[in-house]
Design a binder for this molecule. Structure first.
Ligand code: NDP
Ligand code: GDR
Length: 324
């Protein structure tokens, strides 16, 4: 039986990845900070019905000794580092905490593997946010980086540490440069879920308006369920490498929002309010990924359209809020 250690198992991707690995017969161990071992933090694992099938170990990415103990306990064949302070806007309010968990946290995992089990395969959750101020119309593995937030700067450090440990110590370490991916398990602070939850509230008469920031920003949005498959595939190859994972389609926040209002049969112009409180000190205006390498080498392609995903998310929020 293969063993996997997932950091950030209580988050969106951690839950879907745990489900995928369990379906493949893995023993799944999750590193979870004590605050996550509560009923509400386990909600995502419960939603998927797998909370009893995973083993949680108390620990924090910023605490090397607890990460070492987690690697000793799991003795993993594969380690997926998904834990992070992942909300870009918060990273301007908590830049150092973000640096510690999102940046140094990855280095702690790499060190723990190097010390305890150097043959374990490692996946780092890198991000399209590293491209930031865009240098090329479509971003691929060779596009230069220009991070635009403390979050992206921390992720860039983690990305290069992953590359460096691969080159320095011959470790099987991969970096997946994933573009935005969403689902009914997305945190409510991120724009797609804020929109589908907000539209469901308006439909049910619980709210009248939806307040957003920069609706001209463009993102390449895919479904988290599709994207965790790419993480697993990266660790099944002969050689470790880095891959862009994206859909190859970019959409404005405005048009994504319109899809949600249309799913609810509501008129967006009657409810959408622009609120400067949701603008960011520096913005990533447009992201559009080129996942040709992942298609050629991993046989991976996005399977879910933006329309299908937003409709699924709206329906899940409508059902939850109406007590169905
Ligand atoms: P989430 O924010 O949903 O999950 C992050 C997880 O990390 C949570 O379980 C959180 O626990 C945990 N965590 C935070 N700080 C620590 C810490 N110090 N020690 C241990 N665990 C910690 O993110 P996603 O699932 O959406 O994303 C997974 C990873 O992929 C993240 O690293 C994210 O930055 C990255 N990423 C995400 C993309 C996306 O579009 N979703 C795109 C590209 C990269 P708790 O809830 O208790 O704080
Ligand atoms: P992002 O996701 O910053 O791309 O990071 P988010 O959904 O927060 O923002 C996407 C775009 O929408 C604009 N926007 C708003 N965003 C939020 N959250 N709330 C609003 O009210 C709002 N109005 C407009 C933003 O300005 C932005 O342009 C996500 C995270 O999952 C990261 O961890 C991950 O690395 C990247 O995706 C890829």
């Amino acid at each position: 039986m293969k063993s996997a250690l997932i950091t950030g198992i209580t988050g969106q991707d951690g839950a879907y990845l745990a489900q995928l690995l369990l379906s493949k017969g893995y023993r799944v161990v999750g590193l979870a900070p004590r605050r996550s071992a509560t009923d509400t933090s386990l909600a995502r694992l419960e939603w998927l019905g797998i909370e009893k099938d995973v083993e949680l170990i108390d620990g924090d990415l910023t605490d090397l000794s607890s990460v070492i103990r987690a690697v000793q306990h799991a003795s993993p064949d594969e380690v997926y580092n998904l834990g992070a302070q992942s909300f870009v806007k918060t990273s301007w309010d908590q830049p150092l905490l973000t640096g510690q968990s999102t940046g140094i946290g990855a280095a702690n995992v790499l060190e723990a593997i190097r010390i305890v089990k150097p043959e374990a395969r490692f996946y780092q959750a890198s991000t399209s946010e590293m491209y930031g101020l865009i240098q090329e119309p479509m971003q691929s593995e060779s596009t230069p980086f220009y991070p635009r937030s403390p979050y992206a700067v921390a992720k860039l450090y983690a990305h290069w540490m992953t590359v460096n440990y691969r080159e320095s110590f011959d470790m099987y370490a991969c970096s997946g440069i994933l573009f935005n991916h969403e689902s009914p398990l997305r945190g409510l602070e991120f724009v797609t879920r804020k929109v589908t939850d907000g539209v469901a509230r308006i439909k049910l008469g619980l709210e009248k308006e939806l307040r957003l920031g920069n609706i001209d920003a463009k993102r390449d949005w895919g479904h988290a369920r599709d994207y965790v498959k790419a993480m697993w595939l990266m660790l099944q190859q002969d050689e470790a490498d880095d891959y862009v994972i994206a859909t190859g389609r970019t959409t404005t926040v405005r048009d994504m929002c319109r899809i949600a209002f249309e799913a609810a049969e509501l008129n967006m112009d009657e409810h959408l309010v622009i609120d400067p409180a949701f603008f960011r000190p520096a913005e990533v205006e447009i992201l559009l990924g080129n996942a040709d390498k992942a298609k050629a080498k991993l046989g991976w392609e996005a399977e879910t359209s933006l329309e299908q995903m937003i409709e699924e998310m709206y329906q899940a929020d409508f059902d939850r809020l109406s007590g169905r």
